[in-house]
Write a protein that binds this ligand. Structure first.
Ligand code: MG
Length: 349
């Protein structure tokens, strides 16, 4: 059993701005897990907010490679549990390996992961398309460049959030959702939610910085719109705490450590009466296709990461005009494209 890593820098379709900053390209690590006959693929992007750096991911996976041939596992979940003591401090690397393990598992058994999990590929929500922060005219141009999506997620956290959304509303009847990425103040939340409800917004993601637990607990019963935790809900242990201040959680594979903990988080969230979204980073179809296998279990999906790229590096689950198209291809249904050299990050060897 062998791990191989590849590093790429993925150019974005447009510069992408959220409350914390702007990106024009996204470094990412692709993990191959091979048993000699079949190869599974996983992915983790670098991410400053979650302190996920490519050098630390590579280093931790090199350590895992040392013990990997000695481990006995038949399902990705078994492998995840065996490696969690060693890799649990690096959720992004853990997620990339877990995605690859699911892909390999399905490819070996000749079945798609959704089928191995007993899920109905027709079930589950459509994805939104995300509009980063920009001038209102540029946001309109980006929205109109992606016509026909049923839902647009609008990044917020500027003094002009409400004006922008009012303006965009005059150009589409699509559902809106809003993501403040920790960019609002507590006193803004209820007035904003009241206005946004009138504007066809279905929920507000992460209005306040993570440490505002008691503010969120006060706001939850007052807010006319559901409040969703993203930055406040990184891992399995966060779910229960989020129930006091949020109506919903946004699970991302790289935040929590992969498909295995995401499935556990979904179970816990259901027991607590929380609604569930699976989201993504700006990532290729390798990561998106792993997350998409969970679509039938979700209330909401935000899996537009590969659509935000100028160039994808893999074939996999396609997300078109909100439709997440699960296929009958084995594993996560992914394969790397050829001729990726121009996207590769040079590495010292
Ligand atoms: Mg978010």
């Amino acid at each position: 059993m062998k791990i191989t890593t590849h590093l790429f820098d993925l150019p974005l379709r447009d510069p992408f701005t959220i409350a914390r900053g702007t990106a024009t390209s996204q470094p990412t690590m692709i993990v191959e897990l091979s048993d000699g006959n079949f190869t599974g693929y996983g992915e983790a992007t670098s991410n400053d907010f979650y302190a996920a750096s490519i050098p630390t991911m590579l280093q931790d996976l090199r350590q895992v490679q040392q013990v990997l041939p000695t481990l006995k596992w038949d399902t990705p979940e078994t492998l995840w549990d065996l490696l969690d003591p060693m890799l649990g401090h690096n959720r992004f690397a853990q997620a990339a390996l877990d995605m690859a393990a699911y892909d390999l598992w399905g490819k070996k058994l000749g079945k798609p992961v959704w089928q191995l999990l007993g899920l109905n590929p027709q079930a589950g929500p459509q994805s939104c398309y995300t509009l980063g922060i920009d001038t209102r005219d540029t946001m309109l141009r980006k929205m109109q460049a992606m016509p026909g999506w049923p839902i647009y997620k609008i990044k917020c956290g500027t003094p002009n959030d409400l004006e922008t959304i009012r303006f965009l509303r005059t150009h589409t009847t699509a559902t809106f959702r809003v993501d403040a990425n920790c960019g609002w103040k507590p006193e803004q939340v209820v007035p904003m939610a009241t206005e946004l409800k009138q504007l066809g917004v279905e929920f507000i993601e992460q209005p306040l910085p993570v440490e505002h637990w008691s503010d969120m607990a006060q706001l939850k019963p007052q807010s006319p719109l559901p409040l969703m935790a993203d930055e406040s809900c990184p891992v399995q242990a966060s779910v229960e705490r989020c129930a006091a201040g949020f109506h919903a959680i946004n699970i991302k594979l790289v935040k929590c450590g992969g498909v295995t903990p995401a499935r556990r988080m979904i179970e816990i969230a259901r027991q607590l009466g929380l609604k569930i979204m699976v989201g993504c980073m700006t990532e290729s179809s390798i990561g998106i296709s792993a997350a998409a296998q969970l679509k039938p279990l979700l209330d909401f999906a935000d899996l537009d990461g590969a659509v935000l790229l100028k160039e994808d590096l893999a074939d996999g689950v396609r997300v078109e005009k909100g439709q997440i198209e699960l296929t009958d291809k084995p594993g996560n249904g992914v394969s790397l494209k050829h001729n990726l050299e121009h996207l590769r990050i040079p590495t010292a060897s």
